[in-house]
Design a protein around this ligand. Structure first.
Ligand SMILES: [Zn+2]
Length: 313
């Protein structure tokens, strides 16, 4: 009898352990931490599986990273990277033409300003992440730290995964942006998309921002998750299968003269501006980008599907 009970308990135990493997794993990261402590504190009051990404040069960077860590949240460095479009730029925004030493200095500085970080993701960065030479410098610098790279996927043809190969740096990718608009109904739709993708693919990473509307939606939806969805930290997804959908973009980066920037990529999400505009010198990146995109219309279509830009996906 005792033996039977032991066996029954052991079966029950292994079932309990096994069940999460069948669930869709959902990781949520809230970016742009360090500027709005009041809203950010509301994020930190949510389940500890919600992770946060801190801008290293934000006024409350160290304070919020420390608070997040103490409350059990996973902390990432939210590293500013140059966008293609005209955006206000944070101090020390990584640009493809920077030297290896400059990139390494900026990453080292970020590591000291965002204590407890275990990963790093890009703030904006469509110009930087689409440059293979640029991202190779980032991965080279990152390989000195035990930091994973969460690709925010602000552009379809990101070179992050390609650049990381052989460096030992683990790369994972964002699937859904929760709050391209700050309309609660839209955010709920995006949250449900993330759930569906987690279910379909086994896991999904969603990125949001510390907007009051995002916080309200999370406060409602996190506590009413479907039973087959498990909230996880991004670091628990580092060994999930990853597919690199990029095409090589090896054009050497170089400084280009200033021209009026433009942004042909409607629907691509970028973190919201906080300051007045400064020009971004973007001509070269458009050339590189249009070349890479024109390589294959079909490929581009699949990239967009994969990134979930097509709302029907
Ligand atoms: Zn951001």
């Amino acid at each position: 009898m005792l033996q039977f009970r032991r066996i029954a308990l052991s079966i029950a135990g292994s079932l309990a352990l096994a069940s999460p493997a069948f669930a869709g794993k959902l990781a949520i990261v809230i970016d742009d931490f360090g500027y709005r402590p009041q809203t950010e504190n509301q994020v930190l009051a949510m389940p500890a599986t919600i992770s946060v990404a801190v801008l290293p040069n934000a006024p409350h960077a160290r304070e919020m990273a420390t608070k997040a860590h103490n409350a059990g949240h996973e902390v990432l460095i939210h590293l500013p990277m140059a966008p293609l479009s005209k955006q206000p730029l944070e101090k020390d925004t990584l640009r493809p033409e920077m030297s290896q030493e400059e990139v390494a200095r900026i990453i080292q500085d970020a590591v000291t300003k965002v204590p407890f970080a275990v990963g790093l993701n890009n703030h904006m960065g469509s110009a930087m992440t689409s440059s293979l030479p640029g991202m190779e410098k980032v991965m080279q610098a990152l390989s000195r730290y035990n930091l994973y790279f969460l690709d925010s996927m602000t552009i379809g043809n990101s070179q992050a995964m390609r650049a990381a190969s052989g460096t030992g740096v683990k790369v994972i990718k964002r699937k859904v942006f929760l709050d391209d608009t700050q309309n609660e109904a839209d955010i709920r739709v995006q949250f449900n998309r993330a759930i569906q993708l987690a279910r379909r693919n086994g896991s999904a990473i969603a990125i949001g921002h510390p907007h009051p509307s995002t916080v309200r939606v999370l406060q409602q939806m996190l506590y009413n998750l479907p039973p087959d969805i498990t909230l996880v930290r991004p670091s628990s997804l580092l060994n999930e299968p990853q597919i690199d959908t990029s095409t090589p973009n090896t054009a050497p980066p170089k400084a280009v003269p200033p021209t009026p920037p433009r942004n042909p990529f409607r629907g691509v999400s970028l973190c919201k501006p906080k300051q007045k505009l400064q020009p971004v010198y973007a001509t070269h990146f458009f050339t590189v980008l249009s070349e890479s995109i024109s390589q294959s219309t079909l490929l581009q279509y699949y990239q967009q599907q994969w990134q979930g830009w097509n709302k029907k996906a």
